[in-house]
Design a protein around this ligand. Structure first.
Ligand code: RP5
Length: 148
């Protein structure tokens, strides 16, 4: 299975790059796409609806300000969605955090801390590790590398 990394603007790339770096380190196949819930709603809808059939095991969504991307994706798929609130604009990510985390019952978004794209990737790798022993092994090795 692979992971999708979506973000609402190309300006989010610097915050989201660590997610791609972590997944590369963990040997996890992934795709990175810029698509906005507001500017490209039909592309977001198509991607989310097809995600399970296209072999994705989880979708990481980073967005700032009125951060609806993760919620919009979660509304259209039952695979795990991980939200990364991004510190963009005057409210420095508090707006995006609230928008991402406050989902209605039945449509969850697993929300990590503001700008914590790396943790989103570790969580995504953990999800894949349930059925992928190689990824499970790399996660275990990583944990051992900083606890010893
Ligand atoms: C959000 O608004 C994006 O995720 C980005 O973080 C923020 C600002 O995007 P731009 O309008 O600067 O492209 O949708």
């Amino acid at each position: 299975m692979k992971i999708a990394i979506l973000m609402g603007s190309d300006k989010d790339m610097n915050v989201m790059q660590p997610a791609s770096d972590v997944l590369t380190d963990m040997g996890v196949e992934h795709e990175v796409h810029v698509m906005s819930a507001h500017r490209n709603p039909e592309a977001v809808s198509s991607f989310a609806r097809a995600a399970r059939d296209n072999g994705f095991g989880a979708i990481i969504c980073g967005a700032g300000k009125a951060a609806h991307l993760a919620g919009a994706v979660a509304a259209l798929t039952t695979i795990p969605v991980i939200g990364v609130p991004i510190a963009a604009g005057a409210l420095k990510g508090i707006d995006a955090l609230y928008a991402t985390v406050q989902m209605p019952t039945g449509i969850p978004v697993a929300t990590v801390a503001i700008d914590s794209a790396a943790n989103a990737a570790y969580l995504a790798a953990s999800i894949l590790s349930l059925h992928d022993e190689a990824v499970a092994g790399r996660l275990a090795t990583y944990r051992q590398s900083w606890t010893s």
